[in-house]
Write a protein that binds this ligand. Structure first.
Ligand SMILES: [Zn+2]
Length: 147
């Protein structure tokens, strides 16, 4: 039995929060929908802001471009959620929330999937996978690189 039936919750109570694209982050979400992981890079100094921002946080320039990321990264830190998460995530437990350091040098907070939890190790090689969580949104998640 799921948490909804167990606690007699409404659909609204167990609805997962979705990204709220801003003017400057919208391309990121449009691109994940197409199965592309992209990063916003400053055309003046080369700095990448992740999450994307309105202007470059390094040099304040508004002159930016979207580059396609390699989709490779390393596990930097993680937590396995086993208890006391918001209701919409209850039935997913146990699940992994992680900081992933992308090959491009920026860090992304996401989930690790397709990995036994006792195999998780900081520094392990990861690759991006795309999860269509709704008709509108596709979330980038990460799994171990298969050797
Ligand atoms: Zn810059």
């Amino acid at each position: 039995m799921g948490i909804k039936e167990l606690l007699n919750l409404s659909d609204e109570d167990v609805k997962k929060p979705m990204p709220k694209p801003s003017k400057w982050s919208r391309p990121f979400w449009e691109n994940t929908k197409q199965g592309k992981l992209t990063l916003k890079r400053c055309k003046d100094c080369g700095h990448i802001d992740q999450p994307p921002y309105l202007y470059c946080t390094n040099c304040m320039s508004e002159n930016s471009e979207w580059i396609e990321a390699s989709g490779k990264g390393k596990l930097k830190a993680y937590a396995i959620n086993v208890y006391m998460v918001p209701f919409p995530f209850w039935d997913d437990m146990p699940y992994v929330v992680a900081m992933v350091e992308l090959a491009e040098g920026v860090t992304m907070i996401s989930n690790i999937v397709e990995c036994d939890h006792d195999k998780l190790k900081n520094g392990m090689d990861l690759e991006v996978v795309f999860d269509d969580v709704s008709p509108e949104f596709t979330l980038p998640k990460w799994r171990p690189v298969k050797r």
